[in-house]
Structure formats: C-alpha cells, structure tokens
Design a protein around this ligand. Structure first.
Ligand SMILES: NC(=O)C1=CN([C@@H]2O[C@H](COP(=O)(O)OP(=O)(O)OC[C@H]3O[C@@H](n4cnc5c(N)ncnc54)[C@H](O)[C@@H]3O)[C@@H](O)[C@H]2O)[C@@H](O)CC1
Ligand SMILES: [K+]
Length: 221
C-alpha cells in the first residue's frame, strides 16, 4: 500500500499512466469527475443549486467535467470559469468545448456565493506552486466568508499539496476528494484545517509499487 505522496510523485505517476501505460488523460479526468460526483451525491450535500469554480489547469478541467455530468443528471449547476480561456490547458479547453455542446456555458463572475447550496472547488490542484494571483485570492476569501459547504477537487485550492502551506489564500473545504493517494499537504500544517473530510478515490493511477503488485499477482496465476 502506498502512503501519502508529494505533488511531484503524483505528477510522475500521472505522466507514467498517460505516456507509458497509454490511458488517455481525458479518461482519467472523467474518472476524477465521476469520483467527485459519487461524494457529492452520497446524501450529505444539498444539490439544489451547485456552483463549480474552475481554473485553467487540469484541476479546472476536472471541474468542467463535474459541471457537465451534474447538468446531465438534471441538477441545476453553474460553472464559474476564472482566467483567460485562451490560456486554458489542452484538456480543459476540450472539456469546455464538450460542455458547450451540451449547452453548458461558463459564467465569469458571481455576485453572491450564498445563493448556492454547495460549491465545488476546482480552481487549483497539485500543479499550483506559486502564490495565488491577488484577484483570485480575494475570490477565495469571499467563498470562505460565504460559509457554504465546499467540496474541493484533489486539494483545497491555494494549498501546497506537498507541504500543506497556504500559497497566499486557500479554500476552506468541508470535504476534499483526492485522487489515487492522499497528498502529504492534506495531512499536515494548514491542510489539516482546510481539507475537511478526505475521500481518497481510485481513478486508475498507481505508484510503481502498486503496479508491481498487480503484475506479480497476475503472473502468479
Ligand atoms: N495529469 C492528468 O491528466 C490528470 C490531472 N488531474 C487533475 O489535474 C490537477 C493538476 O493539474 P495541473 O498540473 O494542470 O495544474 P492545476 O490545475 O493544479 O493548476 C495549477 C496551474 O495552473 C495555473 N492556473 C490555473 N488557473 C489559473 C488562473 N485562473 N489564473 C492563473 N493561473 C492559473 C497556475 O498558475 C498553476 O501553474 C490535479 O490536481 C488533478 O485535479 C486529474 O484530472 C487526473 C488526470
Ligand atoms: K481544487
């Protein structure tokens, strides 16, 4: 069993899964989105009016997929896309294109976060290594002040996934759905206060140790 991992280790496992094993990154993203929806739909959250906040990186791509899947289930959902879309990561741009094909169009600002019953935080994930831009930091503070249940995707946005330090400002989540392995930063420093309940979800990305276990188990037969 693999313990908690750093952001760098997780990025290596992601890359190996995509480049060497050959699982398309959009498949991993869809699994990440479905895993998050499993937690959202488990009965603890009021899904009467959901807001998904998405950034431009792959964490944002997860968010766009979550919003689309919620919409397809008949749930009232708004997608707040932050940043200049022309700078979106490849998969995030693809997710936005798909979402639009289903009639889900992002909004770019929210006046009052309190109107939502739950907020899904997909602004930044394990890729964040520098301080959150000031404008986004202000928005994070508004979300925290609204006191609405927040479910963070992979890590609370603004938290350093390896150290648990806050990079300027960070979301305070009720729950964090983290993929493959817990990130060390969720379990120490500010991560302890910011992550809420941690759900670790298998999305088909494994450490070298677990991959070897799979191989030795199948080769034994
Ligand atoms: N590699 C993969 O294919 C997978 C990635 N996944 C998700 O992807 C995350 C990691 O994605 P990334 O490495 O792309 O990084 P993140 O999405 O964590 O984003 C951080 C990076 O994007 C920039 N950024 C994002 N939005 C911005 C905005 N509005 N303004 C300014 N800068 C912005 C930041 O400067 C930073 O460099 C994981 O935490 C996980 O949620 C999952 O979908 C599983 C598969
Ligand atoms: K996040």
């Amino acid at each position: 069993m693999t313990d908690a991992v750093t952001a760098h280790e997780m990025q290596q496992y992601d890359q190996y899964t995509i480049d060497e094993i050959g699982v398309p990154s959009l498949v991993l993203m869809e699994r990440a989105a479905l895993a998050t929806i499993e937690v959202l739909g488990a009965g603890q959250y009021d899904l009467s009016e959901v807001l998904v906040i998405a950034g431009l990186g792959n964490n944002g791509g997860d968010g766009v997929a979550i919003a689309r899947l919620l919409m397809q289930k008949g749930i009232k959902v708004s997608l707040l896309l932050l940043g200049d879309e022309s700078r979106a990561a490849h998969n995030t741009a693809l997710q936005l294109k798909i979402a639009r094909q289903y009639g889900l169009h992002p909004i770019h600002r929210v006046k009052e976060f309190r109107q939502y019953s739950v907020i899904v935080d997909a602004l930044f994930g394990i890729g964040l290594s520098k301080p959150v831009p000031v404008k986004l930091g202000e928005m994070i503070k508004r979300v925290n002040a609204a006191n609405i249940p927040v479910v963070s995707v992979d890590v609370p946005s603004g938290l350093n996934a390896t150290t648990g330090e806050i990079l300027g400002s960070a979301i305070r989540a009720n729950a964090t759905v983290t993929f493959a392995y817990p990130k060390i930063g969720l379990l120490q420093q500010e991560g302890i206060k910011r992550a809420g309940s941690i759900f670790v979800k298998d999305i088909g990305i494994y450490s070298p140790e677990e991959l070897n276990n799979f191989k030795s188990r199948t080769e034994e037969k």
